[in-house]
Write a protein that binds this ligand. Structure first.
Ligand code: F0G
Length: 470
């Protein structure tokens, strides 16, 4: 199959067009709203898109998490759920799928990614230890901090620059990490927290060279490397496209090699693995696995279901296999790129290079007149919803939260509004509508006044914070 990634439409380039590698068997009607309805809904939601009712949303780009469309095979797998409390057949299917595709030895199912983040943080961090990683993620860092750890960002500097065209902006800066180990001593470091396609940097991949180098550095100091594998299939696709020596390897082979440089992984299967709920923790180390298997019983459920129904594990096992299909992953990233190309051509400032799961609007350049304290990215998400009922998410100062010690705002250099694309849910026509809406909001960018925070929750404030117009 010769599928071209859409740089722009095939017609303009004089090549064959590109299409989704699936057809639609079941539809879910979308509801459109009037400007007045949206004004009322947004005010009731405190200008936070997380607090909108999904019925008031037209095209939902809040997240790619748990929002994918399952295949006919996955739906069929649901009917084969073995709902035994212990030893469900579907657990063994899941275990086999994780071993085959990711290559880890031991598997503990959990209800979603943060369940696994909780377990790994509790068993691998001692209070006061440092956890270096390639940029923080909200729930990951929250669990590391709750276990007494202190997250230290060791991503390359380019990751903080939305305009840098570096092909692997997710890379760990091995020099920064080596200096940290030198300064603090390996004993103060819990483990290295490595994430594929770094979410908060704009879905930016990590190179195989980085993973390999990281393994060598970690081995020299007896450190473990644990991987956030949530969007690692997308990461593997970027390696195939961009890194020398990988063009002729399959995405599945690249994924296996990458994981082989790590000691274990946590997974939100709600992303790459195309399910609405589910996740796992995988570990190679016997002793750590023993601890995880003991702890999961306290927080999630027995070690053969981890807070899931048997049918959820069956759908996850099927989704893992589908996720590494070459046509699937090419089209998935192709759709994200299609939207990005439309926006780029219209002069809308976006994070470059375009990542795997979302297009990130650069709210600093979108609203240069708004200071970060007026929450430009939150404002942009609100304005986009008002324009057309399209829902995105703030990924800037609100998401970054506060320093647990000083209480000050973290002030990330990236102030972004994320338009995350659910897998296999929307068509290119929906992407055209989204691009037109963003362009309309961009055309009247000078009128935006910003927001003030009126309610700030203590944990992960972006989910439930409320705002009012300035
Ligand atoms: N790691 C990454 C990189 C994630 O993006 C997420 C979730 C998690 C871990 C936690 O997984 O939600 O299953 O508990 N990200 C979602 C998002 C919420 O919208 O980016 P979870």
């Amino acid at each position: 199959m010769t599928t071209h990634l859409p740089q722009t439409t095939g017609r303009q380039l004089g090549r064959r067009s590109w299409a989704e590698p699936w057809k639609i068997k079941m539809v879910e009607p979308l509801r459109m709203t009037t400007p007045g309805e949206r004004e009322r809904a947004l005010a009731a939601a405190g200008y936070n898109t997380f607090l909108l009712r999904s019925e008031d949303v037209y095209i939902d780009l809040l997240t790619d998490s748990g929002t994918s469309a399952m295949s006919d095979r996955q739906w069929a797998a649901l009917m084969l759920g073995d709902e035994a409390y212990a030893g469900s057949r579907n657990f063994f299917e899941l275990q086999e799928a994780v071993r085959a595709v990711y290559g880890y030895r031991h598997v503990v199912p959990v209800h979603q990614g943060r369940g696994a983040e909780h377990l790994i943080s509790q068993i691998a961090i001692s209070p006061g230890q440092l956890v270096p990683g390639n940029m923080y993620f909200t729930t990951t860092r929250a669990h590391q901090e709750r276990a007494g750890g202190v997250f230290v960002d060791v991503i390359i500097d380019e990751a903080h620059d939305p305009a840098s065209e570096h092909p692997f902006k997710g890379d760990v800066d091995l020099g920064k990490l080596a200096a940290l180990i030198e300064r603090e001593g390996a004993g103060r470091i819990a483990y290295v927290s490595l994430a594929g396609t770094v979410n908060m940097a704009g879905g930016q991949p990590v190179s195989m060279a980085c993973a390999r180098g990281l393994r060598r550095l970690a081995d020299r100091h007896g450190l473990r490397v644990f991987l956030d594998a949530t969007r690692m299939v997308e990461n593997a696709f970027f390696i195939k496209e961009r890194e020398d020596g990988y063009a002729d390897k399959t995405v599945a082979e690249i994924l296996r090699e990458f994981c082989s440089y790590t000691d274990g992984a946590w997974m939100s299967a709600k992303k790459d693995s195309l399910v609405n709920i589910g996740g796992w923790l995988a570990l190679n180390d016997e002793a750590l696995f023993e601890e995880a298997r003991g702890l999961v019983v306290v927080f999630e459920g027995l070690h053969t279901y981890g807070g899931l129904a048997g049918r959820d594990m069956a759908a996850m096992a099927a989704g893992i296999a589908e996720s590494v299909d070459e046509d699937h992953i090419r089209a998935r990233i192709g759709q994200v790129r299609y939207l990005a190309d439309l926006l780029g051509a219209a002069g809308v400032p976006i994070v470059r290079p375009v990542g795997g799961h979302a297009v990130f609007l650069d709210a600093r350049r979108f609203y240069p007149h708004l200071p970060q304290d007026a929450f430009p990215a939150q404002t942009l998400a609100a304005e986009l919803y008002l324009d057309s009922g399209i829902r995105g998410m703030e990924r800037g100062i609100v998401s970054a939260g506060r320093d647990p010690v000083t209480g000050d705002h973290h002030r990330p250099s990236l102030e972004l509004t994320r338009l995350a694309i659910p897998r296999r849910v929307y068509t290119q026509a929906h992407m055209d509508i989204v691009a037109e809406a963003v362009e309309a909001v961009h055309a009247r960018r000078g009128e935006a006044k910003g927001l003030a925070m009126t309610y700030e929750p203590r944990h992960l404030r972006f989910f439930q914070a409320r705002f009012e117009r300035l």
